[in-house]
Design a binder for this molecule. Sequence first.
Ligand SMILES: Cc1ncc(COP(=O)(O)O)c(C=O)c1O
Length: 414
Amino acid sequence: MPSLPTVPSAQSAPLDVLGVPGEINLDYAASAPCARAAADAVAELLPWYASVHRGAGALSRRCTLAYEQARQTIGDFFGARADDHVIFTRNTTDALNLLARAVPAGTTVVTFAGEHHANLLPWPRGSVRLPVPSDPAGAVRDLAAALTELRRGSSPALPVLVAVTGASNVTGERWPVAELARVAHRHGARIVLDAAQLAPHAPVDLLTLDVDYLAVSGHKLYAPFGAGVLIGRADWLDAAPPYLAGGGATSHVGPATHDVTWATGPARHEGGTPNLLGAVALAAVCKALDEADQGALAAHEQALLARLRGGLAALPHVVELRTFDPDAPRVGIVSFVVAGWDSTEVATRLAAEHHIGVRDGLFCAHPLARRLLSEAAGRTGRRDLPPTALRASIGLGSTAAEVDRLLAALAELG
Ligand SMILES: Cc1ncc(COP(=O)(O)O)c(C=O)c1O
């Protein structure tokens, strides 16, 4: 393998994030900024940029190797079992849609109403949507009851898939994934973890959590270029029709229209030229996180989160949205409303007057966001809460000064 051209050495650390001076990004949950590790890995590969799995030239072979090494690194980072598939997708939505197409006919999917649309909408007809529980223990109890009931009425051979998030994109609250996995397996069901919001904030290990499938988005994990992955058990994936029929997904194509033998393994579902840079960027971040002190990163984030939530709680005109108890474990995401203010107007003012970027709306989790808004009105007795919310989210590179700027800007609205 020819040696790689070197990148001018950066003085910064791999997990520093890129940004624009003066602009405060508090919208990591939508798309996180690019980590130095991802930018460097892409810059290093760009001169070699060529086809993947399609060429004999040195450039092409280098790219093919980089793509497959990325697959290995990402699989290892998420604790993939030796016989799991690691399939590159565009993002979490794509990964969950892939799985939805791959589940055997007759599979019942069980999920909770608090999920992001990506984990509510792809599932086949007949899926069961459980109500949002009031605490994590309730989620475990409700799932056990639902699976008991489901098994009572159906053959134990019929497949059941439980689909849950690791952390809510609305509230940041963490879900009891390992316990839910235990319940699922006790009832002969499989479980898929939507780790889109958990993975950027905490280690996620498939084996430790004992989940069957895991979906993540690179762009929320400090890696731009639109790659995600679905990791998980091979049998359903190898038996399913290809997610994308086309070049790269076949092992043989004959002259007749349907004379085709589909590949097995990840290639079966990765038809077309893959997103090499996205895969490499995501792998670079996984490697950098793996080598970092993740405990220290989490502690820093939790300290900032406490500062943010404490500051919001001190503003009498601000109401936080939550599903669980205020002390329930959560990642660096907070949704709230400013009483008497339209949320879009607040977000626009924060951007225009303070150079602060936050999200407003219902966050692609309409059932949950609407419910929490109405609960917030009930809890506080306020009649001047708006119909949509604001969301501030933090992560690598976020600072106390940024949090304080947001709090000061919101204080002006009181
Ligand atoms: C919990 C959760 N799941 C899934 C998704 C979908 O991610 P993507 O838009 O990258 O497909 C999101 C995006 O916000 C999310 O927060």
